[in-house]
Design a protein around this ligand. Structure first.
Ligand code: PSV
Ligand code: MN
Length: 430
């Protein structure tokens, strides 16, 4: 039985006032696209099939290493986080899965948690391990590394934690394990750069061996932070080499914020797909060196170009094309529900625009070396306001036309501020 946090009648009521305008805008856009030979309903259907997972840790206010500024009514445990994720999904209808992080989201009864999520209309996405922090009572510290640590006992502890995550994930119905380690160095000479990668791959192989048949291990690279001189899996090169050595179930996960500024991420996407190693994405945006800003808030064009490569990949499947999509952001100054709603909209908008590219015209221009027309094929699609398509797909799935207006009208956060216990101060998350 489902017990959704917002009533269907409330969503329908908030939609009523905007419905006529939406129908008009959708019809006008349909005529405009029709002149280019694009059927708007086919794009709407693709949008309706699209989904992106939300991270449990994104439901609370994040912070920097300097401070965290909680808001009244934010969730303080996994149950409240699931409730907030259900609100997001009810309004936008494209975030039906939540990605959990362990041990942050540890509970004593995982089948109970799965039922609880189901009753909120949610399922579970990849499980994420955490060997980048020490936990209370943990026998050995990760201060000198985890899967690449020089001490075999530390590596064994990190491997055991990942295997425990797989076990939890099986109970939750997940089938991907995302592994990001904070291992690296802050000083030249601190560790042997080649041997630390050897140790990482050897330990990762033990985790890989414990994967069920239909599971994948998603390897997430990050250029820097928390280590600032070198990271053991610093870039897509280290990631794909490790994934190739581990085997077919190991794939690479691209977190958009984990690269040097100005890196051509869309080309990385094309490369990983070319070798059958594109496993998934963590969406966010970045201006300098962070991985925390809201998707599409800084460089929406890059997001569009990434999706353009994903469409090319889907049309030319190599090995398999099953990328897992997740939002991975730190909501430091906004209501996390609003950031997830706005980000889901930006991500889906880029997806829709990428499907609006007139592929034949693009490929013809590329083959003829007509640079300007090839660029214009992308530009024409990027310039289209796809909001009516997204809203139409949402409404037909029971969501809200204007997600933010509906959320504010629900007074969800104010109501939760009366019920939930206040969050403590402290620093943020990685
Ligand atoms: C690391 O910065 C990261 O992107 C990884 O995905 C972590 O699991 C996540 O952020 C949460 O801190
Ligand atoms: Mn990430």
């Amino acid at each position: 039985m489902t017990s959704l946090p917002l009533s269907e009648a409330f969503i329908a009521e908030t939609n009523a006032r905007d419905m006529e305008a939406l129908e008009e805008d959708y019809a006008a856009l349909g005529r405009q696209l029709g002149r280019r030979g694009i059927a708007i309903d086919a794009i709407r259907d693709r949008v309706a099939d699209f989904s992106v997972a939300v991270p449990s840790w994104g439901a609370g206010r994040g912070g920097t290493r300097f401070a965290k500024f909680p808001i009244p009514g934010e969730p303080t445990n996994i149950h409240e986080k699931l409730e907030d994720c259900a609100v997001v999904n009810q309004l936008c209808r494209i975030t039906p899965r939540v990605s959990l992080h362990f041990p942050w989201d540890k509970v004593s009864d995982y089948s109970g948690l799965r039922e609880e999520a189901e009753s909120l209309g949610l399922g579970f996405d990849a499980v994420n391990s955490n060997t980048f922090q020490d936990q209370p009572g943990q026998p050995l510290s990760y201060s000198t590394g985890s899967l690449s640590a020089t001490d075999a006992a530390i590596r064994a502890q990190a491997v055991a934690h990942n295997i425990e995550c797989i076990d939890i994930g099986r109970q939750l119905g997940s089938n991907d394990l995302t592994v990001w380690v904070g291992d690296g160095t802050n000083f030249p000479g601190q560790q042997d750069l080649a041997r630390s990668l050897d140790r990482y791959i050897e330990a990762a192989a033990e985790i890989y061996a414990a994967l069920p048949d239909d599971w994948r291990m998603l390897i997430e690279h990050k250029m820097f932070e928390p280590a600032f001189y070198s990271s053991v899996i610093s870039d897509w090169g280290s990631s794909i080499l490790a994934a190739q050595e581990l085997g077919p179930k190991a794939k690479c996960l691209v977190d958009l914020g984990h690269h040097a500024p100005n890196t051509n991420i869309e080309q990385i996407v094309a490369r990983l797909h070319r070798f059958g190693k594109l496993g998934g994405f963590h969406f966010n945006d970045s201006k300098y060196g962070d991985d925390d800003l809201d998707s599409g808030s800084i460089n929406p064009h890059q997001l569009f170009l990434v999706f353009n490569e994903l469409v090319e990949a889907e049309l030319n499947p190599r090995d398999e094309f099953r990328p897992s999509y997740m939002i991975d952001q730190s909501h430091n100054v906004t209501d996390p529900i609003e950031s997830m709603l706005s980000s889901a909209e930006a991500i889906t908008g880029s997806f829709a625009r990428a499907w609006l590219v007139e592929r034949e015209a693009l490929h013809e221009a590329q083959a003829a070396n007509d640079t300007m027309m090839a660029f214009q094929a992308l530009r024409r699609a990027y310039n289209i306001d796809v909001a009516p398509i997204l809203a139409k797909a949402r409404v037909e799935a029971g969501g809200a036309i204007d997600v933010l207006a509906a959320y504010r009208a629900s007074r969800w956060r104010e109501r939760k501020a009366q019920e939930r216990k206040p969050v403590g101060l402290g620093a943020g998350i990685v």
